[in-house]
Write a protein that binds this ligand. Structure first.
Ligand code: ATP
Length: 498
């Protein structure tokens, strides 16, 4: 616990001494002018009590992000909360340091802004600019796929950021729809700078011993990784971001990533073989641009050549884009999250973390079947108990329930693991509790109980058949062949404010 707290304080000291060093030994002995001795985003002495907490925006592999309003100013932030013990245990200190130091120095309307940081005995906090529009990934999921106009707009805003980020000498290395957040009015903000790699010419200050030093470590996300990384060729400057941009554009237009497959290994095989097929409805311009961005020769990707980003911007797919006024133009209309109570109102009672009131109505129970979303709540209630009863009759599952406990949702899923996938029976009960059972041995593989602290569980849907359940301790991925990822999310979330 001390290690990371000390680690961050050490980081601030290291950072300052690094800057002093630069000032003393700048090029040709000259002092570098533009560097400030202190962080732009200060390390404040705030405590969590200075904020009113709102909804959970999402959960990452070592952090959770919550909407938070500063009580005295009324300013709203996305507060990224990282458990010190967990970060130390998971060896994520370098990612945290890197993201903090890089975000602090980036200044572009398309990059998430870091306002300040603070810490207490248990956690580190980063107050980020809040993105009410959620992830671009969710827009793709909700709309099925985007129109070419929508995709063009988002791709143009991402290119504008990449041009800036590459211009200051950084490679993002994890461009994908999950890391492209949207403001309330629908503009893109690139997030997740924990995997960046600075080039030799980088204008930014980054410390030694951070993630990027591990040149051979795979960073990024399987589906968006370029072949040269898989072939262990040296990372080419910013060109893997161009590949990932091609994958992202393909995903916007089709609804899924171009090299999608059942496992990381199969994805890698498809990337290496450049097994790329275009849906018939892609326009010639879109097809041509993606084809060029997904060139196995990194230097041939538009944006990678000597003429820089101009080559990308003049591509016929972007005809009509006003590059100088992107941020002033009207963004595509956001598709709202369906069937979920809107808790965005800052005056809403959800702003109070201790709030546990409200009428409890579980969302939609499903037992390998479905209930219409238009069903009234009393009908839902009676169907819940009916379904729960029917299912409770399956004596195999009875032993996993306590007296009086009912099943709300149950199905056979695949638990996705690094090497193998396991068939499991996942049960959500009204305790609420999630039970994961090995169906062949009828053995419990573990329970997740979160009624003590509803915010300690998060369900992240990555496609209609894939979702992740995250707790502070672990992240478990599931595949539902019956495409009910969203129903699982909603069923579990219906218990979160119980
Ligand atoms: N500034 C923000 N505004 C709104 N939501 C955010 C913001 N930053 C992050 N989120 C949401 O919170 C989730 C968790 O973000 P976080 O940065 O902790 O992890 P991540 O980058 O998604 O995952 P990982 O750390 O595993 O790469 C994100 O998926 C995103 O949906």
């Amino acid at each position: 616990m001390m290690a990371i707290g000390g680690g961050l304080e050490q980081m601030e000291r290291d950072f300052e001494s690094k800057l002093r060093l630069q000032q003393n030994h700048g090029k040709e002995g000259q002092v570098q002018r533009s560097k400030s001795i202190t962080f732009r985003a200060p390390q404040e002495q705030f405590t969590i009590d200075d904020f009113e907490m709102g909804k959970l925006y999402g959960v990452g592999s070592y952090s959770k992000v919550v909407k938070a309003k500063k009580k005295d100013t009324g300013n709203v932030y996305a507060l990224k909360i990282m458990d010190k013990k967990f970060i130390a245990k998971e060896n994520k200190i370098s990612y945290v340091k890197l993201e903090r130091i890089v975000l602090d120095q980036l200044d572009h309307p398309g990059v998430i802004r870091l306002y300040f940081t603070f810490q207490d005995n248990y956690s580190l906090y980063m107050a980020l600019e809040s993105c009410e529009g959620g992830e671009l990934f969710d827009q793709i999921t909700r709309k099925g796929r985007l129109t070419e106009d929508e995709a063009r707009f988002y791709a143009a805003e991402v290119i504008d950021v990449l041009e800036y980020v590459h211009g200051v000498g950084l490679i993002h290395r994890d461009i994908k729809p999950e890391n492209l957040l949207l403001t309330a009015d629908g503009h893109v903000k690139v997030a997740d700078f924990g995997s960046v790699k600075p080039t030799r010419e980088s204008k930014l200050t980054v410390l030694p011993n951070t993630t990027y030093d591990k040149a051979c470590t795979f960073v990024g996300t399987a589906a968006y990784v370029p072949p040269e990384v898989l072939n262990s060729s040296p990372a080419s400057f910013g060109r893997n971001d161009l590949w990932a941009l091609g994958c992202t554009l393909y995903q916007m237009l089709s609804g899924s990533s171009p090299f999608k497959d059942a496992s990381e290994w199969l994805i890698f095989q498809r990337i290496i073989a450049r097994d790329l097929k275009f849906p018939v409805y892609f326009s010639d311009e879109a097809r041509d641009l993606i084809d060029k961005l997904l060139d196995t020769e990194p230097t041939r990707r538009p944006g990678a050549g000597p003429e820089g980003y101009t080559a990308l911007k003049v591509h016929s797919f972007f005809r009509g884009i006003d590059w100088k006024n992107l941020r002033k133009s009207t963004a595509p209309k956001l598709a709202p999250e369906s069937n979920v109570a809107d808790d965005d109102d800052p005056h809403d009672s959800t702003w109070n973390l201790s709030h546990t009131g409200g009428v409890f109505v579980p969302y939609l129970p499903v037992v390998d079947g479905s209930i219409s979303a238009t069903t009234s709540s009393s009908e839902k209630q009676s169907q819940i108990s009916k379904l729960a009863k029917i299912d409770s009759f399956d004596s195999r599952w009875q032993e996993f329930l306590e007296p009086g406990e009912s099943i709300v949702m149950i199905s056979k899923l695949k638990k996705l693991q690094k090497l193998t996938n396991k068939k499991v029976q996942l049960i959500l009960t009204d305790k609420p509790k999630l039970v994961c059972i090995d169906p062949s041995k009828v053995l419990s593989k573990g329970n997740i109980i979160w009624s003590d602290n509803p915010r300690d569980i998060d369900i992240h849907v990555t496609s209609s058949s894939h979702f992740k359940i995250s707790t502070l301790k672990k992240v478990i991925s599931f595949d539902d062949a019956n495409q009910r990822a969203w129903q699982w999310k909603k069923a579990i979330e219906s218990f979160q404010n119980h």
